[in-house]
Design a protein. Structure first.
Length: 181
C-alpha cells in the first residue's frame, strides 16, 4: 500500500501540467488553420466551377445553330450562352440567380469596328458580349468572338478573423472565337 501511495505521489509531483497548457494554446490555432484550408478549398472549388460555366457559355454562344442556317444574331448568341451558363451552374448545385454582372463590365472592341458591345442577354446576371474582337495568337490577325463574364458570391466562415461571414465576389470570364470563321 505504501509503495502504491509513494508511486502515485511521485507521478503527481512530476506532472506539472505543461502539456495541457501547450495543448490549450496550440489546438485553437491548428483548428483555425484547418478551417481556413477547408474554406479556401471551397472558394477555389467555386472558382473552378464558375470558370467552367463561363467557358461553356462562351462556347455555346460561339457555336452556329446549323451549317446551312443564317448567322446568329447577338441576341441569339447571348441566349445560347445564358442557357449554357445557367445549366452548368445548376448541375454544379450553384444558384444561377446569385450571380451578377461584373463591376465594372469589360469593354472589348467590337468586331469590325464600332462601339464596344454592351452586356446582352435575357438574364441580367451574366455579361454576354458578341461579337467582340479577339486576336489570333497563331496568325496575329483579328478574329471575332464571344465573351462571357460574371461574378458569384462566396461567404467565408472563419470565426475570430476579419474574414468571418464576409462575402467576396469570385469573378469568371471566358472568350471564344466564333466558329463560322
Amino acid at each position: 500500500m505504501n509503495f502504491a501511495r509513494n508511486t502515485f505521489r511521485r507521478l503527481a509531483g512530476e506532472t506539472s501540467g505543461a502539456e495541457i497548457a501547450e495543448a490549450a494554446a496550440v489546438l485553437p490555432i491548428m483548428f483555425m488553420m484547418l478551417l481556413g484550408i477547408f474554406w479556401f478549398g471551397q472558394a477555389f472549388s467555386i472558382y473552378g466551377t464558375i470558370t467552367r460555366a463561363a467557358q461553356d457559355g462562351a462556347r455555346a454562344g460561339a457555336a452556329p445553330s446549323c451549317t446551312t442556317c443564317a448567322p446568329l444574331t447577338a441576341a441569339q448568341r447571348a441566349a445560347n450562352a445564358d442557357a449554357a451558363v445557367q445549366s452548368a451552374l445548376t448541375i454544379a448545385k450553384l444558384n444561377p440567380t446569385l450571380a451578377r454582372q461584373p463591376v465594372p463590365a469589360a469593354s472589348p472592341a467590337q468586331c469590325g469596328g464600332g462601339a464596344s458591345p454592351s452586356c446582352d442577354g435575357g438574364n441580367s446576371n451574366f455579361c454576354v458580349q458578341a461579337p467582340i474582337q479577339l486576336s489570333d495568337t497563331v496568325t496575329g490577325s483579328a478574329v471575332c468572338g464571344v465573351s462571357v463574364s460574371f461574378q458569384y458570391p462566396f461567404q467565408f466562415w472563419l470565426p475570430f478573423t476579419s474574414l468571418n461571414k464576409q462575402k467576396i465576389w469570385v469573378s469568371a470570364s471566358a472568350r471564344v472565337r466564333l466558329e463560322n470563321q
